[in-house]
Design a protein around this ligand. Structure first.
Ligand code: UDP
Ligand code: MG
Length: 343
């Protein structure tokens, strides 16, 4: 197999039925065990396959090992990113290169069991577009991670209009149609599990026990987790921008009460001189600022959704009766005749 050097080298090759996308960041010790297990799972499906190992700017031997694997074994494609772009963008890069009719996203650290591929393929055979894996149990994850992850998914569901399934990562099998649509979404801050939920179609879940890492330690620092959480919330909800409206409303109610209290004090003379004007000014400017922020938030939210440039809707299927089709054809023929007459 030739060493492939850039994206175009893949385009002339035959398209497999199944693509596997695995982001790898400092996974030198997990790689060979991961490849052995995912390869076995791919072979068990009986489909043609490719395994894209995306090196996300690792600082260890990961890329050297991926390159050796890609050169030595058919079906393995090594992809090297220019630097560390982060998990979501590493997956995005892999998805853009994947050519299979179905695409599996899976972590390279063996926390997602590759053996789930078989049951996932069976689900897609039943006509589903997406099968995502929901975590029932998480082995060896810190209490902190479990609590924060649980809280995040609950807040996100509250805020977002999209039904993003809780306790799922990006471990999922998707049809080509979903992958093409995902690839066409141009947003920069990507929260893939949310974007796939947003796409809709027929989606199904498989519950599994999340295993402990095979080797190494998590690459998701608290900061990266926080960033992903903020990406998730801001990508799928503009509700936080509306916080100013709520504060303005509460401020207005309090403001009126304080103003009445201050004025009564002023007229009855039971007040320190200067207090009334201070109180009125604080109320006026406080409420005014919240109100202005609310107005800006309203416009900003709309600009943000517009700027994301997502398609307005996605059509999965259009069904017409054979009669309608026939009529359409006749009409098209008629229109053609007409246009030739004009000419
Ligand atoms: N990963 C990546 N780039 C990063 C961080 C992580 O490609 O900047 C990969 C990593 O190699 C693994 C997957 O993304 O295959 C999930 O990362 P990790 O296991 O650190 O996250 P966790 O499972 O703890 O949430
Ligand atoms: Mg992991």
């Amino acid at each position: 197999m030739p060493t492939r050097t850039d994206e175009s080298t893949l385009s002339g090759l035959f398209s497999p039925t199944l693509s596997v996308v695995a982001p790898c960041y400092n996974e030198q010790d997990s790689l060979s065990a991961f490849v052995a297990r995912i390869e076995a799972s791919c072979i068990a499906t009986g489909c043609s396959y490719e395994i894209l190992l995306v090196n996300d700017g690792s600082g260890d031997e990961t890329w050297e090992r991926i390159r050796a694997l890609a050169q030595g074994r058919p079906g393995i494609v090594g992809v090297n990113l220019s630097r560390n772009h982060g998990h979501q963008l590493a997956v995005t890069a892999g998805l853009s290169l994947a050519r299979g009719a179905r695409v599996l996203i899976i972590d390279a650290d063996l926390q997602d069991p590759p053996e789930l591929l078989g049951p996932m393929m069976a689900r897609l055979d039943q006509g589903y577009d997406v099968v995502y894996a929901r975590r029932a149990k998480r082995a060896n994850e810190s209490r902190f991670k479990l609590v924060t992850a649980g809280l995040f998914y609950r807040v996100l569901r509250r805020l977002s209009d999209v039904d993003i399934p809780p306790d799922t990562g990006d471990f999922r099998l998707m049809s080509r149609r979903i992958v093409d649509r995902l690839n066409s979404m141009p947003e920069r801050d990507r929260f893939i599990r949310g974007m796939v939920a947003w796409l809709g179609g027929r989606q199904s879940e498989i519950v599994y026990d999340r295993e402990a890492r095979f080797a190494g330690r998590t690459n998701y620092t608290v900061l990266k987790m926080l960033r992903l959480a903020v990406d998730g919330i801001t990508s799928f909800s503009t509700d936080p921008l509306r916080a100013a409206s709520l504060l303005a409303a509460i401020g207005a109610v309090f403001g009126v009460l304080i103003a009445i209290y201050a004025l009564i004090g002023f007229w009855t003379g039971r007040i320190v001189p200067g207090w009334t004007s201070q109180a009125l000014m604080t109320v006026f400017f406080g409420v005014g600022q919240f109100a202005c922020l609310a107005i800006i938030g309203a416009y900003l939210g709309r600009m943000y959704t517009q700027l994301k440039g997502r398609p307005l809707f996605l059509i999965d299927e259009v069904v017409v009766s054979p009669d309608t089709e026939k009529r359409e054809e006749e009409h098209a023929g008629g229109a053609q005749r007409e246009s030739s007459r004009v000419r």
